[in-house]
Design a protein around this ligand. Structure first.
Ligand code: ASP
Ligand code: MG
Length: 426
C-alpha cells in the first residue's frame, strides 16, 4: 500500500486533473491511499471569504464565496458527463454549509470560522476529482477525512488525537481496501470531538499524508509536485540549481529549518518513526527519477543553499554598560513570543543582542517600541540571510560576491551569512 499526495498546483486546472487521472491510471490494481489538496489558490480565496465575514462585510464574503462556487462548478462541468448531477448535489451541500455560516454574525473567534470555511476547499476538490476518476473507470472510494482525523480544538493549528485517529484508520479505513483499491480523501483538515472542522496549518497536506502512511504502515509515501525533484537551491533564485536524487530525513528537516520550501517539516517524523521512504515525484513526467528521502546516512551531499530575502537585523543594546545576560535575553524572548516573532538567527555580544528577523514591518515596529523601554533598538533592513549546508570555499565566494557580510555563523556543516548588497546605499 502506498500513500500519494497531490498538492493544490497539481489540480489547479482541468488539464492537470486529467493528468492526475493519467498518473493514477498507471497504478491500477495497486492499493493506494490518495490525499488531495484544495485546487490551486482556493485556500487563499477562502481565507479572504473568512476575513470579509469576520470584518462584518457580509456581502463581500458572499460575493467572494460565489467566485469559489463558480470556479468549482465550472471545473465539474468541464470534467463530468454522467457524474455531473450527483456531484453537483454533493457540492451544493458543502456550499450550503458555508453560506449558512456566512449569514450569521461572528460570535466566536476568527480561527474557528477560518477552519469552518477553509476546510471546504479540500472537500470540493476531492468530490469533483473522485467523480471524475470514477467516470473514467478509475474506481475509487471517497472519504470525508473529518470522520477519521480527530483533533483538538486549537483551530488553524490543530493537533491530531493520535489514539482515536489510529483506531479509526485501523478499523474504519484499512478494511475498506478489501473492496476498493483506491481510497481518496482530503489533506490538511480534521474535526474535533464536537464535529467542528479544524485545519492543521497551511500546507498541511503533506503532513496528513504522512499520518496515513504511518498509521497504515505504508510501503512508501509519494508527494507529486510540479518540480523535477528536490533541488539544491530554489531555481527561481538560482537558475543553475541542480537536482538532488537522494536525501535523508535529517537533511530535509535541516533544510526546512533554514527556510527551504521543500516539504512541510511536520511530515518527516511520522515517516521516520516507521522507516517509510518518501518519494518526491514530478507530476508532469512520472518517468523522471524524482528524489528519494530515507533514513540512512548519505555521504557527499552537494552544497545546499537557502536564501531568505527581506531580512531585518535588530540590535538591542543595554543602556547601562552591563553585560547582556540571561535576564535580558529572557525579556527579549518574551517580547518575541508576544509578537509572534521567530528569529532566523541570533547573536549575543557584550552589551548588545542581535536578532535577524523576517521583515514584517508592523510586528517589528510594535516589538521595537515595547523593547525601547528596556534597550536602545536599531533596525537595519533590506538584508539577505544566506545559509549553505555542506559548504565549501568556492560556493561561499560565489554567493558573497559584491556583498558585504554583516554577520557570519558557522558549524562544521552549515554556514549562515547576513548579507547586504554593495549596490545599496541605504
Ligand atoms: N490547501 C492547504 C493550503 O493551501 C493545504 C495544502 O495544500 O497542503 O495550505
Ligand atoms: Mg498547497
Amino acid at each position: 500500500m502506498q500513500v500519494f499526495k497531490f498538492g493544490g498546483a497539481s489540480v489547479n486546472s482541468v488539464d492537470r486533473i486529467k493528468n492526475l487521472a493519467a498518473i493514477l491510471g498507471r497504478y491500477k490494481g495497486e492499493k493506494l491511499m490518495v490525499i488531495i489538496s484544495a485546487m490551486g489558490k482556493t485556500t487563499n480565496a477562502l481565507e479572504k471569504v473568512t476575513e470579509a465575514f469576520f470584518d462584518g462585510r457580509k456581502e463581500d464574503a458572499l460575493q467572494l464565496f460565489q467566485q469559489v462556487k463558480k470556479q468549482h462548478l465550472d471545473t465539474a462541468k468541464f470534467l463530468l458527463v454522467t457524474q455531473y448531477l450527483p456531484c453537483e448535489h454533493k457540492l451544493a451541500d458543502f456550499f450550503t454549509e458555508v453560506e449558512w455560516l456566512l449569514h450569521d454574525k461572528p460570535v466566536r473567534d476568527f480561527d474557528y470560522y477560518y477552519d469552518q470555511v477553509v476546510c471546504i476547499g479540500e472537500l470540493l476538490s476531492t468530490t469533483i476529482i473522485s467523480a471524475y476518476l470514477n467516470e473514467k473507470g478509475i474506481a475509487n472510494h471517497w472519504l470525508d477525512v473529518r470522520d477519521i482525523f480527530r483533533t483538538d480544538d486549537d483551530f488553524r493549528d490543530a493537533s491530531i488525537d493520535w489514539d482515536f485517529t489510529l483506531d479509526k484508520v485501523t478499523h474504519g479505513v484499512l478494511p475498506l481496501f478489501r473492496d476498493h483499491d483506491l481510497l481518496l480523501t482530503q489533506g490538511f483538515i480534521g474535526a474535533t470531538d464536537e464535529n467542528e472542522s479544524t485545519t492543521l496549518g497551511r500546507e498541511g497536506s503533506d503532513y496528513s499524508a504522512a499520518i496515513f502512511a504511518n498509521m497504515m504502515d505504508a510501503k512508501k509515501q509519494v508527494i507529486w509536485k510540479d518540480v523535477e525533484s528536490v533541488m539544491n537551491a530554489d531555481p527561481k533564485q538560482f537558475p543553475d540549481a541542480t537536482a538532488i536524487h537522494e536525501l535523508n530525513y535529517k537533511e530535509v528537516i535541516e533544510m526546512a529549518y533554514y527556510g527551504a520550501q521543500v516539504i512541510h517539516p511536520k511530515t518527516i517524523k511520522p515517516l521516520q518513526n516507521k522507516n517509510i521512504p518518501l518519494l518526491v515525484k514530478c507530476f508532469f513526467d512520472p518517468e523522471l527519477e524524482g528524489t528519494l528521502i530515507h533514513n540512512h546516512p548519505i555521504k557527499n551531499l552537494p552544497p545546499i543553499i537557502v536564501l531568505k530575502e527581506k531580512q531585518a537585523m535588530v540590535k538591542f543594546s543595554v543602556r547601562d554598560f552591563s553585560f547582556v545576560g540571561e535576564h535580558h535575553i529572557g525579556q527579549l524572548y518574551a517580547l518575541f513570543e508576544k509578537f509572534h516573532i521567530k528569529p532566523n538567527l541570533t547573536q549575543n555580544a557584550a552589551i548588545s543582542f542581535l536578532a535577524v528577523l523576517d521583515d514584517k514591518q508592523e510586528r517589528i515596529e510594535k516589538m521595537a517600541l515595547e523593547a525601547s523601554s528596556l534597550f536602545d533598538v536599531d533596525v537595519i533592513k533590506g538584508l539577505q540571510l544566506l545559509t549553505i549546508r555542506h559548504f565549501n570555499e568556492a560556493t561561499l565566494k560565489r554567493f558573497t560576491k559584491e556583498k558585504s557580510i554583516l554577520l557570519r555563523q558557522q558549524t562544521t556543516e552549515t554556514v549562515q551569512l547576513l548579507l547586504k548588497s554593495n549596490q545599496d546605499r541605504s
